[in-house]
Design a protein around this ligand. Structure first.
Ligand SMILES: [Zn+2]
Length: 258
């Protein structure tokens, strides 16, 4: 379940199909999945949008609330069709039917917090993956407390679509990261990982769109200057080529809003 005690001041939805931006909307009260009356209204999806039943693999930190927002489907419909006795207890990797789902979109919550002074960009240095697989790797191979990043931007290889922004439990709980030890960035930097190995491949256009969108809203909300938006390898003391030699810095920086 998402942390009841940290309320997002805002959440933003990114429609990947059109790249249109949903308006910023205030959350009226808690978005506790146990209190459906406290949910914000549906985002502005046009009624004629194509809908279909889909199977969703539950990622780390995802709740019925979050999944209902991602597909614009009422929580009750997801609970009923999957016979969920306890909608607050989803298992990572569990597969849920989402009936009459709109195209998947990214839901980005923002929380007041003066801890975040930097944004650090990474690549996964793997061809495939998503938040679920990195969470497993970080928990079981590196013995960290779960997924080390705050956001993962997918490349369509892990049951999500190209450019989908996955929100890590560390972000939902506003916890420090495990993505960049150098210069204490774990404690002051928001860690964003793009799936891919950008020493070999190029960043997908959809990933670039999502990265520019995400960095723009984070830098605006947390008042982070462009000089504090760095690749992992650009951090003082870091010895890595992350996010890869093909990462298009000129294009990326030109796309950020002034
Ligand atoms: Zn890195």
């Amino acid at each position: 379940m998402e942390n009841k005690f940290i309320l997002p001041a805002l959440f933003l939805a990114l429609f990947l199909s059109s790249c249109a931006r949903a308006p910023i909307r205030n959350i009226p009260t808690a978005h506790n999945p146990d209190l459906p009356q406290a949910l914000p209204g549906n985002a502005a999806i046009t009624p004629e949008i194509f809908r279909q039943d889909v199977v969703h693999e539950v990622g780390p930190g995802e709740t019925v609330w979050r999944i209902s927002k991602m597909y614009d489907v009422p929580m009750e419909d997801i609970v009923n069709i999957n016979n969920l006795n306890d909608a607050t207890q989803l298992e990572k990797g569990q597969r849920l039917i989402v009936p009459k789902a709109a195209p998947m979109r990214s839901i980005v919550p923002l929380y007041p917090n003066d801890m975040w002074k930097y944004i650090i960009i990474h690549h996964s240095a793997t061809d495939v993956g998503n938040a679920l697989s990195f969470d497993y790797m970080h928990s079981h191979k590196r013995l960290w407390k779960g997924l080390g990043y705050h956001f993962v931007i997918d490349n369509g290889t892990g049951e999500t679509r190209d450019g989908h922004i996955e929100v890590s439990p560390r972000w939902l709980h506003q916890e420090y990261g495990a993505h960049c030890k150098a210069d204490e960035m774990n404690y002051r930097g928001i860690g964003i990982c793009l799936v891919g190995n950008f020493n070999d491949e190029k960043v997908l256009e959809e990933q670039m769109d999502s990265l520019a969108y995400l960095v723009d809203i984070l830098k605006k909300y947390y008042n982070i200057p462009d000089s504090h938006i760095l690749g992992h390898g650009q951090v003082n003391g870091a010895k890595t080529d992350c996010p890869g030699k093909n990462f298009p810095w000129t294009e990326f920086r030109s796309r950020l809003r002034r």
